[in-house]
Design a protein around this ligand. Structure first.
Ligand SMILES: [Zn+2]
Length: 288
């Protein structure tokens, strides 16, 4: 749990000093006008690159993170995502019902990422052919579309769990640079597990993608957990859920495999808030 520095702390210390000197009420009033009541926003999780952070605001509060609207549930719950490249500071604009807007500055802890440079590869291995590029583009559009429609409520509030047994064989954010060309950073975490091992829903949600053959990720399931939070399960050898199906945390959704572009059987697990890809392991703090 990490609570950012509250702007209201300054108001309280200034106020008590002013009254102690013989009630210069005009000064107190001026300070009150300059520093409105502290917004009732609580955050939990570590504010760092790649992390999911959950929050609670007053119902009806409107939020923007660095100008991007944040979905807030009817109960005031919300989720923030700090991407791999997040700046060291982020501004959370808070508009509580009937109050003027306030800004909370969030300090984002940087992380270091595993970068591998590989030179001298044949060019064919580096760049996919135009037909394949076209297919990848089309599939990326489906994926973006599936992510774009999220339920306006915190289906994730019963917490998150690991979706598979097995050691972590690939970490979030690692990147390979092939012949000087930077590939996309690894967008999730890999668990090494045998073909056929169960894949479980990491949290309650609704299946928004159940595809049998995507170029990179093969048999792929995507689950919307509400308020923009989304998980993806890739390279499976079987899918046991259907598009639109409600699932609960720990429910079997398929089997581990090596479909799509995979060098061996494993589960690739991804997490995002909106379009921001996050380290899925950051969600396991919220295991309840
Ligand atoms: Zn992976």
């Amino acid at each position: 749990m990490m609570v950012p520095q509250a702007p209201g702390a300054r108001l309280r210390s200034l106020g008590s000093r002013a009254t102690g000197r013989g009630a210069p009420w005009a000064l107190v009033l001026l300070i009150l006008l300059a520093f409105p009541a502290l917004a009732e926003v609580r955050l939990s999780g570590s504010i760092e690159q790649g992390a999911l952070v959950l929050g609670q605001a007053l119902p009806g509060t409107r939020l923007r993170l660095d100008g991007v609207p944040v979905m807030v549930g009817p109960d005031g719950r919300f989720a923030l995502g700090f991407g791999r490249e997040a700046n060291d500071k982020a501004e959370l604009l808070i508009e509580e019902p009937g109050q003027s807007a306030q800004t909370m500055t969030l300090h984002v802890t940087p992380r270091s990422w595993d970068i591998q440079r590989i030179e001298g590869l044949p060019e064919k291995q580096v760049t996919p052919d135009p037909k394949t590029l076209e297919r990848i583009k089309r599939e990326n559009e489906w994926i973006a579309d599936a992510r774009a429609h999220s339920k306006p409520e915190a289906l994730f509030q019963t917490g998150f769990q690991r979706p598979a047994e097995g050691v972590v064989s690939g970490v979030f954010g690692s990147q390979r640079i092939l012949n000087g060309q930077a590939r996309s950073p690894h967008s999730g975490v890999d668990f090494a597990a045998p073909v056929g091992a169960p894949v479980l829903a990491a949290a309650d949600g609704v299946v928004v993608m159940a595809e049998g053959d995507l170029f990179y990720t093969g048999q792929t399931v995507m689950i919307d957990h509400g308020l923009g939070v989304n998980t993806v399960y890739a390279h499976m050898s079987g899918i046991s859920v259907k598009l639109g199906q409600r699932v609960i945390k720990g429910q079997a959704i398929g089997k581990v495999g090596a479909s799509g572009r995979a060098t061996g059987p494993h589960l690739h697990w991804g997490l995002s808030v909106g379009a921001v890809k996050l380290d899925p392991l950051s969600a396991l703090k919220f295991s309840q």
